[in-house]
Design a protein around this ligand. Structure first.
Ligand SMILES: [Zn+2]
Ligand SMILES: [Zn+2]
Length: 327
């Protein structure tokens, strides 16, 4: 079979060995795979990052299992035995591995996954949209699994996929949502219409306007989103950081403010399986909000033509999902 891999800093389509499942694993014929925003810079400039060798990307995977069912793949492979796994905090498992990072991902004809990671795509969910299950699980984990308080006024900094999905889930939970996008980067009209939130740019916010909870769902080349979150959060309020900040970005916070204003600063990495699992809840959200979700995703082309998609479509405002014919 063929797979896209980065080897020695070069992204190319390679002939690779067919997938062989071990006990407890299954082989998925990949039908759709999303291009995650955090992977995009690594795909465009692989030389600028420290990557696994080789790196086979793709962790937003949908495909067909051996029984012919359409499944969405939970890309997290926790050890299952450690104290963190026992409580369902699988994102904190010290043995955590991830498909599309340190395990071969879905930029290939097939992918091997633990059978329990293959979740049937619910009736009423388009397999193309099911590729959003991973970012939706990230969004849900942020609000569900942390002490963010009772629903009130919520600001989401960042109008990317995780920010928009956070707004959908938060609205369902009773939050009144404002999404803060970058100046001059208002989302497409159809997106703004579909998502039950007020869209604002920082320049249009009143200096006295504050929020009980601020979710930083921007992308982190610099600390500006956290600076903004600190400005927007109410005294006694909470900032939830879902932003995968680049390793060199430092906390810009005046610590006196955190102390005096009694602000809670919470990091929220990935998603978990505490009580019920975030990935299943994500698929439920994609079903209940199917009409809205349709505006957050586009069919960007064939995986075979990944290079052309990256060259021409990298800056599309909604999540790009590739379709996969037999490779
Ligand atoms: Zn574990
Ligand atoms: Zn969780």
């Amino acid at each position: 079979m063929k797979a896209w891999e980065v080897r020695n800093g070069d992204l190319a389509l390679h002939d690779v060995e067919s997938a062989h499942p071990r006990e407890g694993e299954t082989v998925i014929d990949v039908s759709h795979v999303g291009i995650c925003g955090s992977d995009l810079p690594k795909l465009l400039r692989p030389n600028g990052f420290s990557l696994p060798e080789p790196w086979r990307p793709g962790h937003e995977i949908v495909g067909i299992d051996p029984t012919g069912r359409a499944v969405a793949v939970d890309p997290l492979l926790p050890c299952g035995d450690c104290p963190r796994c026992t409580t369902g905090d699988t994102h904190l498992c010290t043995g955590l591995r991830r498909l599309g990072w340190d395990m071969p991902g879905g930029f290939a004809g097939q992918v091997v996954v633990p059978a329990e990671n293959a979740h049937p795509v619910p009736d009423g969910v388009d397999p193309l949209h099911a590729a959003l299950a991973d970012p939706a699980a990230v969004a849900i984990h942020g609000l569900r699994c942390h002490p963010v308080g009772a629903p009130g006024r919520l600001a989401v900094v960042g109008a990317g996929t995780v920010g928009l999905l956070t707004a959908l889930y938060a609205h369902e939970q009773g939050w009144k949502v404002t999404i803060i996008h970058r100046d001059g980067r208002a989302p497409h009209e159809a997106v703004a219409k579909a998502v039950p939130a007020v869209f604002r740019s920082p320049a249009t916010l009143h200096p006295q306007e504050t929020f009980d909870l601020v979710v930083d769902a921007a992308t982190g080349a610099d600390p500006a989103p956290l600076d903004l979150a600190l400005r927007l959060v109410s005294d006694g309020g909470t900032i939830l950081v879902q932003n995968a900040y680049h390793p060199g970005v430092r906390l810009p916070v005046p610590l006196r403010d955190l102390f005096r204003r009694s602000i809670r600063l919470i990091g929220s990495f990935s998603f978990c399986r505490r009580q019920c699992d975030d990935f299943t809840l994500a698929l439920n959200l994609l079903r209940s909000d199917a009409a809205e979700v349709a505006h957050l995703v586009c069919q960007a082309g064939e995986l075979l033509n990944l290079r052309a998609v990256l060259d021409h479509g990298a800056m599309r405002p909604v999540r790009q999902v590739l379709t996969v014919r037999a490779l």
